[in-house]
Design a binder for this molecule. Structure first.
Ligand code: OFO
Length: 171
């Protein structure tokens, strides 16, 4: 059974993951309007992935006998000044999410909730991947600069991304 402190913090994290999904959906719409369909597709996959993260926590709370309480999802921005600005926003956002996940791990330790601690380890590793993916794209965008051929090639590359839920996925 989850204690109330962890239940509340996990509910807050469900909201943070669903906001992430909403943020990337907004970025996808922005890229589509900007004529970068590959970047838009990358963001759509990211949207699905974040929704999956939220649902993974949702299911865990219920499995542990907790209550899920969904809160309002804040409105994300709608415009960015450049593709680089979008991915810098992605990285900054993921840094913030990493901090929230680390805070949850600290709380699980403090409350001696080993099951929640083990459950959260998957998210700790996932955040390493998310930050690395955003950093790699930022690096490429910086190399490309204002060269449109490079941006076209990167857009094609990012358009190959598909979201495949991990085997445990039920969400
Ligand atoms: Fe859920 O990892 Fe990004 O936000």
């Amino acid at each position: 059974m989850l204690n109330k402190k962890l239940e509340k913090s996990l509910n807050d994290q469900i909201n943070a993951e669903f906001y992430s999904s909403y943020l990337y959906l907004a970025m996808g719409a922005h890229f589509e309007a900007a004529g970068l369909p590959g970047c838009a597709k990358w963001m759509q996959a990211q949207t699905q992935e974040e929704w999956y993260h939220g649902m993974r926590i949702y299911r865990f709370v219920l499995e542990r006998g907790g209550r899920v309480e969904l809160k309002a999802i804040a409105a994300p921005p709608a415009r960015w000044v450049s593709p680089l600005a979008v991915f810098e926003n992605v990285l900054a956002h993921e840094h913030k999410i990493t901090g929230l996940i680390n805070g949850l791990v600290d709380l699980a330790f403090k409350e001696r909730d080993h099951a929640t601690n083990i459950f959260l380890q998957w998210f700790v590793s996932e955040q390493v991947e998310e930050e690395a993916a955003a950093s790699a794209i930022i690096g490429k965008l910086k190399l490309i600069g204002k060269e449109s051929g490079g941006l076209f090639a990167l857009d094609n590359e990012l358009g190959q991304r598909l979201f495949t839920p991990p085997p445990r996925a039920q969400a």
